[in-house]
Design a protein around this ligand. Structure first.
Ligand code: NAD
Ligand code: MG
Length: 389
């Protein structure tokens, strides 16, 4: 039986992953979550996991109580997350949200199995590091972001050198129809509603600002090793085409499917095979129409910021992600306007670049973590009006 672990099992991707794992024959090694200890314990008992880990030390007692008598080990904290990633698994889902997912992703690669990567932040912050570690350990990394899974599938049997362009689609997010002048007053509740996908709060708000698509442009560059000029995005309000790959002969291969993350997760779980998945089949006559339009740069300034990050490369991805996480925290806490997030991220990148913090041809984990720390510090200072930051 295949041994599997799920990092971030209590989240949106985590729960969809457990849904598929629960339908198959797997040995569950580790499940990890955050504050939702009740869910974590219930899943760990049901799936007979070896260990359940909460990221938060102060939740350990609660987790222990919930697991009492079940035979599932309880653990808490960052070191326990890393220890869980050290337990050999054939397949690991990386579905923690944010830069916190990077170290577990890197640790899981050490067994040389398969890493199903939903945590896009790992690639944005440390793409070269992650992929070189995977190569060194003989591990396979499979994309779980729907767009990247779609590109991956369109490239099966193809020569990447013949790729002219990769286009990842964007829904436009929950505020796509809000008049531009009203965007500055958008609330976290409004931005936290997605027209097509049911996802975690942070990625849903990132979809409204298109910081999510900005991250995904960088993720495309890192994962597929394509030059930035060959990577583009387009608004496709129905979210039925997830990505398109255009080849040297002018052919475009599109990947279509229902907006259900269990497709991309299941593809990574069954790869290189294709097996039955319990996802809705598209009725194209019912769909009738697929629409596309170019994103408005004034509405989605995050896209231009991502272009700068793709061109600069190196540590700018880690700085970009960290500044974005701080901006998002402030927006969720109602301490920052929706439209002030992109200018904050831009300012942090400018300052770090001016201070020479983003330079360097090599990339180590320490450099990534240090860049993440400085960018968070700078973002917090700039947001609080500290002009010396
Ligand atoms: P979510 O918020 O629903 O779940 C996040 C998970 O991470 C939870 O289990 C939570 O307990 C855990 N977590 C949160 N903070 C943590 C920390 N500091 N340390 C350890 N664990 C922590 O998020 P999600 O929507 O499932 O997204 C997970 C990842 O997958 C993100 O990187 C997201 O960008 C990516 N992704 C999600 C979707 C989607 O449909 N939800 C689609 C594509 C990519
Ligand atoms: Mg996506």
């Amino acid at each position: 039986m295949r041994r599997v672990s799920v990092f971030g099992s209590t989240g949106s991707i985590g729960q969809s992953t457990l849904d598929l794992i629960g339908r198959g024959d797997f040995d569950v090694v580790a499940l990890t979550g955050g504050a939702n200890v009740t869910q974590l314990a219930a899943d760990a008992i049901r799936l007979r996991a070896e260990v359940a880990v909460t990221a938060f030390d102060d939740r350990l007692e609660e987790l222990r109580d919930a697991l009492a008598g079940s035979g599932v080990e309880a653990a808490a904290g960052t070191a326990a997350l890393e220890e869980a990633a050290d337990r050999a698994a054939d397949w690991t889902m990386s579905a923690i949200v944010g830069a916190a997912g990077l170290i577990p992703s890197l640790r899981a690669l050490r067994h040389g199995g398969t890493l199903a990567l939903a945590n896009k932040e790992s690639l944005v912050c440390a793409g070269p590091l992650l992929l070189s570690e995977a190569a060194r350990r003989g591990a396979t990394v499979l994309p779980v972001d729907s767009e990247h899974s779609a590109v991956f599938q369109a490239l099966v049997g193809e020569d990447v050198a013949a790729v002219e362009k990769v286009v990842i689609t964007a829904s436009g997010g929950g505020l796509r129809d809000l008049p531009l002048e009203s965007l500055r007053n958008a609330t976290p509740e409004q931005a936290g509603m997605h027209p097509n996908w049911d996802m975690g709060q942070r990625i849903t708000i990132d979809s409204a600002s298109m910081f999510n698509k900005a991250m995904e442009l960088i993720e495309t560059k890192e994962f597929f090793g394509l030059p930035p000029a060959k990577i583009d995005t387009i608004i496709h309000p129905q979210s039925l085409i997830h990505a398109l790959v255009q080849f040297a002969d002018g052919a475009m291969m599109a990947h279509l499917g229902a907006a259900d993350m269990r497709h991309a997760i299941g593809y990574a779980l069954n790869w290189p095979d294709r097996r039955h998945l319990p996802v809705e089949r598209l009725d194209l006559a019912q769909v009738a129409r697929l629409e596309f339009h170019a994103p408005d740069p004034a509405r989605y300034p995050a896209l231009a910021i991502a272009r700068g990050v793709m061109d600069r490369g190196g540590l700018s991805g880690a700085a970009f992600n960290a500044a974005k996480e701080v901006a998002l925290d402030l927006f969720i806490a109602r301490q920052m306007r929706f439209t002030d997030m992109a200018p904050l991220v831009e300012r942090v990148l400018e300052r770090l670049e001016a201070r020479g913090c983003l330079e360097g041809d090599t990339m180590t984990l320490d450099m990534v973590l240090e860049t993440d720390r400085i960018a968070r510090e700078t973002a917090t200072a700039v947001a609080s009006g500290d002009h010396a930051a």
